[in-house]
Design a protein around this ligand. Structure first.
Ligand code: SF4
Length: 365
């Protein structure tokens, strides 16, 4: 298959692996930000191909995993209302809140529906004028354009019964938070190619410079990831800290101007609480005042919510690359995909789910 097979080609993988082996002379810890890359690494055994000197740690790039417990509790409270049709992508339904998840709301008779596009929620609102349709707008910069378009479309249609419960998170402030933490051990980043497809990579330049940390924009196939690692290792060995674009067949420095424009029209940056990590300044999007009437958080008064996590879950450490999933005492015991204690075991992009699914228990590096 053109544009896929060549990025899974065994000979190219072997050439890149040999190049990494001959380049590396010191131990390095590299973080891939994106949960999609984590799954590709574990699924294809890329970490097992690497020399001992290189440790890959997994980042917070799973939007379902980092949506705060407080926001899940808020979603549960809103979805429980009889006048509400609550819509979400499938992964969110099983993410545990403080006491319940959205699936249990659905089981108890709540009108919770899985959709595949935010425009489906707009359509539902148009077809159900007597109900209030809420879309759980979760995601990194990648999904923000489609969610912003849904808000624009709902306004064009004059809908007053469409709402967004916004949980958007942004990559560059998360990188800054990880690098600024005293517990940080990350020395280079593979940045998520699809986020950069939308946003470009100019925002990464000051991060690489001020933290003296290489950042390589990287794709998702085995050849992409190994090439990204090679570029990062070269920089580390040479003492450079630059932004490089491994994914140049897709990503432009300035990103996608149209997508960025629609995001800027609808959203503005705001502080955001990340599950297990805490509040990171200006690391999320909220609706601009012009779209405030669609803000589910303001429209639905759910009273005071007391959020709490499972005391067994160490997802915050996993998401910051401080611990690996198999180092969690609950991994595969109290916490499994069937009975998850934390979001990284639920989500299709979660690191714990990847380790469980692909049997990566012995990935000690
Ligand atoms: S294995 Fe389960 S309990 Fe442990 S960090 Fe992952 S999600 Fe949390």
């Amino acid at each position: 298959m053109k544009f896929v097979d060549e990025y899974r080609d065994r000979a190219t993988v072997e050439t890149l692996t040999a190049a990494i082996r001959s380049t590396v002379h010191h131990p390095w810890t590299i973080m891939e930000i994106c949960g999609g890359q984590t799954h590709a690494i574990v699924k294809h055994g890329i970490d097992r191909l690497l020399p001992q000197e290189i440790t890959l740690v997994h980042g917070p790039g799973c939007p379902v995993c980092v949506t705060s417990v407080e926001l899940i509790d808020r979603a549960v409270a809103i979805a429980s209302r009889p006048e509400v049709i609550f819509t979400s992508f499938g992964d969110m339904l099983r993410v545990p809140g403080s006491s319940r998840d959205l699936l249990s709301v659905k089981a108890a008779g709540g009108d919770v529906r899985i959709i595949y596009s935010p425009l489906d929620a707009v359509d539902l609102a148009a077809k159900n004028p007597g109900r209030k349709v809420v879309f759980f707008a979760v995601g990194f910069e990648t999904t923000a354009p489609a969610n912003a378009m849904a808000a624009v479309q709902a306004r064009r249609m004059g809908l007053t019964n469409f709402f967004l419960l916004t949980a958007h998170v942004l990559v560059p402030p998360a990188i800054a938070a990880i690098l600024g933490s005293p517990a940080n051990r990350v020395q280079a980043f593979l940045a998520a190619g699809h986020v950069c497809t939308v946003m470009g990579y100019e925002e990464y330049l000051p991060l690489a410079a001020s933290f003296h940390t290489p950042i390589v924009v990287t794709g998702f196939e085995p050849v992409d990831i190994l090439h990204g690692i090679l570029l990062a290792v070269r920089q580390l060995e040479e003492g450079r800290a630059e932004v490089e674009n491994q994914y140049s067949r897709v990503v432009r420095r300035e990103g996608n101007a149209g997508a960025r424009r629609v995001i800027a029209d609808v959203f503005e940056p705001s502080d955001r609480t990340w599950r297990g990590i805490g509040t990171i300044p200006m690391s999320g999007y909220r609706l601009r005042p012009a779209f405030a009437s669609m803000d589910a958080e303001h429209h639905f008064d759910v009273g005071h919510l007391e959020a709490h996590e499972s005391p067994l879950c160490i997802a915050g450490s996993v998401l910051q690359g401080i611990r690996k999933p198999h180092e969690c005492p609950a991994f595969g015991r109290e916490c499994t995909p069937e009975r998850p204690l934390g979001a990284p075991m639920v989500s299709s992009e979660g690191a714990c789910a990847a380790y469980y699914r692909y049997g990566a228990l012995n990935h000690g590096r």
